[in-house]
Design a binder for this molecule. Structure first.
Ligand code: ADP
Ligand code: MG
Length: 287
């Protein structure tokens, strides 16, 4: 496996308001994203998650440090505008509000918008739109009006638009945050399918621990830095560290933590309710 994106010693501050000191949104961050992986990014509001996403998608460029895409240093002297544009075509972003991402009045036209801007021939656009709608399970809504769809359906249309552009990596910036539980499930299932079946690299910024536990890897940010990075089991077996930066842990972990604190010998890195119940039962049986 190789890194599709790598950032090295990256720092960034937004321009300061008059009379104020610039405040670092990212402070010496290092991160490598393996091609084909599914990475969840957690962090309290203002911890730098969206800024990091913009760095990884080359929307923003670092003040210091470097961004590598496919082993190519995008901050190098000899990188051209064309290289940057090309790199931006590899990484797509899906945002929080589904309503802000729809541009057309018919679903299939909305999905076609990106490929049309790439100047592709119309048969190729048609093929990509059909394929993308099928991948997100929205084929039968192709001729519908997007504004009449549910939030989850709208997000799936936004995702189809990105797929139609053949992005190799998609960053979801709290794309499930505004959805109801049904919409959230639909979108999560779509994201997982794109990763597992299509091999698309996924970065999923979320506040839902139930979503984070499904990733291969969890990266935790606080105040512009990465403070934890590991498998869900590694990260969530340290609940105190997460609570310290005002984050939640999965409900099973919280329950097991309290059981353990009260003297029961249980593991903390269990996210499935049935497995959690079995762990507690077996610990009780051995008392
Ligand atoms: P998160 O996505 O984790 O909530 P952000 O990356 O949006 O965090 O923000 C990180 C820091 O940068 C915060 O202190 C935030 O106030 C600041 N920030 C974000 N966007 C801007 C902006 N456009 N201009 C100035 N400061 C910003
Ligand atoms: Mg954000």
């Amino acid at each position: 496996m190789s890194a599709i994106i790598k950032i090295e010693n990256l720092s960034f501050a937004y321009p300061a308001e008059e009379g104020q000191q610039p405040h670092k949104a990212l402070d010496n961050v290092n991160l490598e994203i393996e091609e084909g992986s599914f990475v969840a990014i957690l962090g309290h509001n203002g911890s730098g998650k969206s800024t990091l996403a913009k760095m990884l998608s080359l929307v923003l460029m670092p003040d210091s440090g470097s961004v590598w895409l496919d082993g190519k240093n995008m901050s190098a002297e000899d990188i051209t505008e064309e290289d940057i544009l090309q790199a931006r075509r590899e990484v797509g972003m899906v945002f929080q509000n589904p309503d802000n991402q729809i541009v057309a009045t018919v679903v299939e036209e909305d999905v076609a918008f990106g490929p049309e801007n790439l100047g592709l021939p119309s048969e190729e656009i048609r093929r990509r739109v059909d394929e993308a709608l099928a991948m997100v399970g929205m084929t039968k809504y192709a001729r519908h009006a997007p504004h009449k769809l549910s939030g989850g359906q709208k997000q799936r249309i936004a995702i189809a638009g990105i797929i139609a552009m053949r992005r190799r990596c998609i960053i979801f910036d709290e794309s499930t945050a505004m959805l109801d539980p049904v919409g959230r499930k639909e979108v999560m299932a779509t994201i997982e399918r794109l990763n597992r079946e299509e091999g698309i690299t996924v970065l999923h910024i979320t506040h839902y621990m139930s979503e984070a536990v499904r990733a291969d890897r969890v990266v935790v940010m606080d105040q512009g830095s990465i403070i934890m990075d590991g498998t869900p089991k590694e990260v969530f077996s340290q609940p105190e560290k997460l609570w310290e930066v005002r984050l939640d842990v999965p409900q099973t972990t919280e329950l097991l933590y309290h059981m353990k604190k009260n003297g029961l010998d249980v593991r903390l890195d269990i996210f499935d309710p049935d497995e959690c119940a079995a762990e507690i039962a077996s610990a009780l049986a051995s008392l």
